[in-house]
Write a protein that binds this ligand. Structure first.
Ligand code: GTP
Ligand code: MG
Length: 189
């Protein structure tokens, strides 16, 4: 899946024009959004990744296969930026999600190794209110034992009802095929 970095946008007007489909990656800061770009495209250095939260501070646009745009969005709720900046980011993400007609799928990443947070649920509620197609990536399952994974699933299902889940680990390479299938399916709709 050849992918190229196209641009970093800080305003909606800077996003590419045209009707090529968009697939957006959202979630709290540090859940592994940028790492997922590298994992999905099998290009380990495509997106910048950081152990420190709040790394991605713009909408980073990747073009995959010349067929669709993969949009790596800044994390929701990063506390260490100034409050105004944080609100600006969140407004920008919300505006993007509201206004992008070409948006075919939102990949909501949550950290499978911790219980769903209020912020995870707020993001989910917002996406649902916009009636956007959603897939939830239960990321970092490498941090859990088999038994813990079994216990985590019903917790996630009750926190996020009526949605498709993909168990995923960028470290162990779990879930990539399944997530790609979800993307391909959304592109056919
Ligand atoms: N164990 C584990 N760590 C992961 C996984 N995916 C990402 N990480 C780590 O999580 C940290 C954050 O990853 P990023 O991809 O930068 O997270 P992000 O969601 O883009 O963060 P922001 O840009 O700050 O919103 C890094 O230290 C990654 O190496 C995973 O599947 N398993
Ligand atoms: Mg990032």
């Amino acid at each position: 899946m050849p992918a190229v970095f196209l641009k970093s946008a800080t305003e909606l007007s800077q996003l590419p024009e045209g009707n090529k489909p968009h697939i957006a990656i959202v979630g709290r800061s540090n859940v592994g959004k940028s790492t997922l770009v590298n994992q999905l495209t099998r290009q380990i250095a495509l997106a910048r990744v950081s152990a420190k939260p709040g790394h991605t501070q713009a909408m980073n646009v990747y073009e995959v296969d010349k067929r669709y745009y993969l949009i790596d969005l800044p994390g929701f709720g990063y506390a260490k930026t100034s409050k105004t900046k944080r609100v600006d980011f969140q407004d920008m993400i919300a505006d993007y999600l509201r206004a992008t007609e070409q948006l075919k799928l939102v990949i909501l990443i949550v950290d499978a190794s911790i219980p769903p947070t209020t912020l995870d649920q707020e993001i989910f509620g917002f996406l649902e209110s916009l009636q956007l197609p959603i897939v939830i990536v239960l990321n970092k399952v490498d941090k859990l034992s088999k038994n813990e994974i079994t216990k985590m699933l019903p917790v996630m299902s009750s926190a996020f009802p009526n949605v498709a889940f993909v168990k995923h680990s960028s470290v162990q390479g779990i879930g990539r095929g399944e997530l790609n299938e979800a993307i391909e399916k959304s592109l056919r709709v």
